[in-house]
Design a protein around this ligand. Sequence first.
Ligand SMILES: C[S@@+](CC[C@H](N)C(=O)[O-])C[C@H]1O[C@@H](n2cnc3c(N)ncnc32)[C@H](O)[C@@H]1O
Length: 337
Amino acid sequence: MDESSQLPLFRAKDKTLRISENYESGAMVTLYLGDRLKLLEDIRDSGDRAELIVTSPPYNIGKEYETQVSLEEYIEGQRETIRASVEILSPTGSICWQVGHYIKGSGKTKEAYPLDIVLYPIFKDVGLVLKNRIVWHFGSGLHETYRFSGRHETILWFTHDTPDYTFNLDSVRIPQKYPGKRAYSGPRTGQPSGNPLGKNPSDVWEIPNVKANHVEKTEHPCQFPIGLIMRLVLALTNENDLVVDPYIGVGTTAVASLLCNRRSAGADIERRYLDIAKERVIQAWEGTLRYRPMNKPVYKPTGNASVDKIPDEWRIRYSRDQSESETETDIGQSNEK
Ligand SMILES: C[S@@+](CC[C@H](N)C(=O)[O-])C[C@H]1O[C@@H](n2cnc3c(N)ncnc32)[C@H](O)[C@@H]1O
């Protein structure tokens, strides 16, 4: 079987798929064309509550779908979204805000503002508590010249200030690194020391971002990988719960939720993204959507592929550099004599 395609985890064959354009309690998926605040208000007024609100808001970096504003104005917009989100959050629910950096300037004048740090006080102000700051590490992106290339973003996971939040760790355990390890002291001496269901995936997640050759790539410039959201949906909600994404783009949150048999609702101001979202949701429902499995390990070079090998042109340079450095060493040694 092609590794990049995978049948949904849960197929709710007895249900019909209803994709609604306005929020309706009974709909499996709502894809609302318009501002995120209107959708959040509609959900609030329906009396329904979300078990998970997960989103990647615009970063205010001038992408095709956003108008760049001052950082202060951006923060105010985010404050409105966060406040409206908390109003629809269930008492056991979670909010996951996935962000990177807002970058000011260019070239050597670039200044990076980590948006998780900028937005954290807003979540505290509304009474939420941080459970994890998950580091999402990926391998591709812009090659910087005047600073280190950025290869991570973060997900802030908040809950209400309660011990009763939903957390299904067993649903998202990953294979142990050393499953054969045994306890060497105490009452369990000699017995396997790990959990047979696997280990906690930790707060550093290595998942490829959706770039040109990714199996999930659409025309959206910065979509979530499905596996990233699936892990959050499985861990932080139960079947039939409601998952909301105020900035849903091409519907990754809806797809991940559907594959896990959760209801979802999301808003976007771009019709072309919602059209793609709808298509992906239908494919997910029909079992034809290709996506990268949630826990698929990141490819490690084997040394055998042509791209793994040092090009011959570079070998010549390496050997020249090598002989130059040997000459320098020789001179250094002769000076010491
Ligand atoms: C970072 S993208 C989210 C992509 C999404 N996570 C996905 O996987 O496709 C942010 C999205 O927010 C949308 N957006 C911008 N302003 C909005 C608003 N006021 N209300 C709803 N969506 C908005 C943009 O069109 C864009 O698709």
